[in-house]
Design a protein around this ligand. Structure first.
Ligand SMILES: *Cc1c(COP(=O)(O)O)cnc(C)c1O
Length: 345
């Protein structure tokens, strides 16, 4: 096969959901936006439903529509972007639950779909989505009279347990929601790990399900193996790849593997990244190009048919650290050329 093989371990995914669920006494939902963090929303969501998740969150209504097909009529599918103009039919026909963000969305929802379930998103300081305190004060009575299914907010700094913003947002969430009879949700993965004060009635983990920080105990879910297309031996002084950025200083055996920046492997890994032959690292040498990566396999007694980029040896956060980004971006950037295999579930 000429393309990389992306294996998604659905058993590890389910184990991660159960592990996060086990940290709280409340309901654990699952965030499957951006195609299940790049790993395939439909397969991922079905595996999570089998593990016990009943409520799913997506970013936009279109994602909710695809998910409804995969999950059938009983799952609750909530949409973070709320009730956008043009989404009314989709929300109604597919039974999606918009998380209302603005007074305009609230008006649109109550006028277009009276009696259709909705939730409310409040801003507690992140300044991204949700009603701010004065808006909430103005519409809370009306909104609460229409029986919202959930009131939620989102933490800006939950990946840093010592950040004072966590406490500020928790206090603000209490100020805005104490005394209401609606289920509440504040915590994503990071918030779950901050402890029970942050859990309320529903948690919304995403990245931890997929094996990323800050859930350090997560099992890796994405495995990426790149087939070796060609081996060659180069002499000291020969150069490799675009721009001649790497020069052999010894007799070197090179492997050229089938993946590149078009597959989401950041070009900044040129001359810095590592691939793995089981438990042995091999350095990326030369530039990562669009479709190809070259690695120095001189020290391997035997070169396998494929080298591993993502796996137990090297997770999404290790790649992210090298690339100056976060595991979320590594996962959601994984390209469309891989052969995708689903394991377990
Ligand atoms: C993406 C997102 C989540 C999930 O966050 P993780 O850090 O991936 O666990 C939860 N809530 C909201 C509002 C989000 O946008």
């Amino acid at each position: 096969m000429g393309t990389g093989r992306l294996t998604v371990d659905l058993d590890a995914l389910a184990a991660n959901w159960r592990a996060l669920d086990g940290k709280t006494a409340c309901e654990t939902a699952a965030v499957v936006k951006a195609d299940g963090y790049g790993l395939g929303a439909e397969k991922v969501a079905r595996a999570l439903a089998r593990a016990g998740a009943r409520r799913f969150f997506v970013a936009v209504a279109e994602e909710g529509a695809a998910l409804r097909q995969a999950l059938g009529p009983n799952a609750e599918i909530c949409v973070f972007s709320g009730h956008m103009r043009g989404d009314t039919d989709m929300i109604a026909d597919l039974g999606l639950v918009p998380m209302i963000n603005t007074v305009g969305q609230l008006t649109r929802h109550l006028e277009a779909l009276p009696g259709h379930p909705f939730g409310l998103q409040l801003d507690t300081g992140m300044n991204r989505l949700g009603l701010e305190l004065p808006e909430w004060a103005a519409v809370a009575e009306l909104a609460l009279s229409r029986d919202p299914v959930l009131v939620m907010s989102h933490l800006a700094c939950a990946d840093d347990p010592d950040h004072p913003m966590n406490r500020q947002q928790l206090d603000q969430f209490h100020l805005m929601t104490d005394g209401i009879a609606v289920p509440r949700s504040l915590a994503a993965t990071g918030g779950i790990l901050l402890g029970p004060e942050y859990h309320f009635d529903v948690t919304r983990p995403g990245i931890g399900l997929y094996g990323g920080r800050p859930f350090d105990a997560a099992r890796p879910v994405a495995h990426l193996d790149l087939p070796v297309i060609q081996l060659r031996d180069v002499e000291p002084g020969e150069t490799v790849g675009y721009g001649n950025t790497w020069t052999a200083t010894r007799q070197t055996r090179l492997a050229t593997v089938a993946a590149g920046y078009a597959d989401g492997i950041h070009r900044i890994l040129s001359n810095q990244g590592r691939l793995w032959a089981d438990d042995r690292p091999v350095p990326v040498v030369g530039r990562v190009s669009m479709d190809l990566i070259t690695a120095d396999v001189t020290d391997l007694a035997e070169v396998p048919g494929a080298l591993t980029l993502l796996g137990p040896q090297q997770g999404v956060d290790a790649i992210a650290d090298l690339a100056g980004t976060i595991g979320y971006e590594v996962l959601t950037g994984l390209g469309t050329r891989y052969q995708r295999h689903y394991h377990g579930g």
